[in-house]
Design a protein around this ligand. Structure first.
Ligand code: PDD
Length: 275
């Protein structure tokens, strides 16, 4: 089943119009929520961010977030989703193509589930990344459907045999194409502050909590591409990739080229969190 507007229906029953504004303009917002043991992980935080993203693009959700939460819980249950993802998207709706907001359209909510295991090989061995220019717009704090900047960056990584692209704007590391980036230098964690240049990841916020519990100091200040290159450890965070070591950047090893001790400590703390 999938969620279509306010109903759970089969995928075949859902009908997306060719003039849906998500389809034509990328005019909408989305979320991805992880499910462990049949339970959504940090669901309220994701739904609060969805509401915020919608507000920032002046889109009113067609029904209350509490109702959406119940529908998503029903969807997870009906699909017997034990381990996987829930994708939620809200479009501004369907109207004759014109850039300005439509007067009549009802925003369309859709959601579906995917069975997906934890990416254990990547989590254990780490991944390769490449750096690339951050060419995205200046409201990266909004989880909008306009993802071309991220799509092109991710493909650059794939073209180089890497798993993630680390974005650099004016010499400063902002985030990954679909992840937040952390470096560790002399025992301190550094990550870009949560402003308009990055998405304030829910997993990023979990990392803050875990670092606090592990008494690992965190500095939410910008760092340069050079600092990235000379870091002791680098990792990324996201809903689907959790806390994942980055062991090679632009063909050069990070530290010893294997997951570092601070990253591993945070990964262990994360595993406790999802039990
Ligand atoms: N990506 N930064 C960007 C640009 C992202 O797209 C994402 C999430 C993150 C991490 O946020 P979170 O920890 O809340 O997942 C950071 C999702 C998973 C996606 O696009 O599929």
């Amino acid at each position: 089943m999938i969620l279509y507007d306010e109903r759970l229906v089969s995928r075949e029953e859902a009908n997306i119009d060719i003039e849906d504004r998500a389809y034509q303009f990328g005019d909408g917002v989305y979320e991805m929520i992880r499910v462990y043991h049949g339970r959504p992980f940090y669901m309220d935080e994701h739904l609060a961010r969805l509401e915020r993203s919608a507000t920032e693009i002046r889109l009113s959700l067609p029904y209350p977030i509490t109702r959406l939460k119940q529908l998503l819980l029903d969807l997870i249950q009906q699909n017997h989703l034990e381990e996987g993802n829930v994708y939620i998207q809200v479009s501004r709706g369907t109207a004759p193509r014109y850039h300005g907001f439509p007067e009549q359209a009802r925003p369309l909510v859709i959601a579906y589930t995917q069975h997906a295991k934890r990416p254990l090989a990547e989590l254990n061995h780490g991944i390769k990344a490449v750096t690339t220019e951050d060419i995205r717009w200046l409201r990266c704090d909004i989880k909008s459907l306009n993802l071309l900047g991220a799509v092109l960056a991710k493909q650059t990584a794939i073209d180089h045999g890497a798993k993630e692209a680390i974005l650099v704007r004016d010499g400063i590391v902002t985030e990954g194409s679909s992840t937040n980036i952390f470096i560790i230098k002399d025992g301190t964690l550094h990550t870009h502050p949560a402003n308009h240049l990055i998405l304030n990841g829910i997993t990023r916020q979990v990392v803050f909590k875990l670092a606090d519990e592990c008494e690992i100091p965190i500095s939410e200040t910008t760092f340069s591409k050079e600092a990235l290159e000379s870091a002791d450890e680098v990792f990324l965070s996201s809903t689907t990739m959790e806390i994942c070591p980055i062991v090679e950047i632009d063909g050069r090893p990070v530290g010893q080229g294997v997951p570092g001790p601070v990253t591993k400590q945070l990964q262990e703390a994360f595993v406790n969190e999802i039990k």
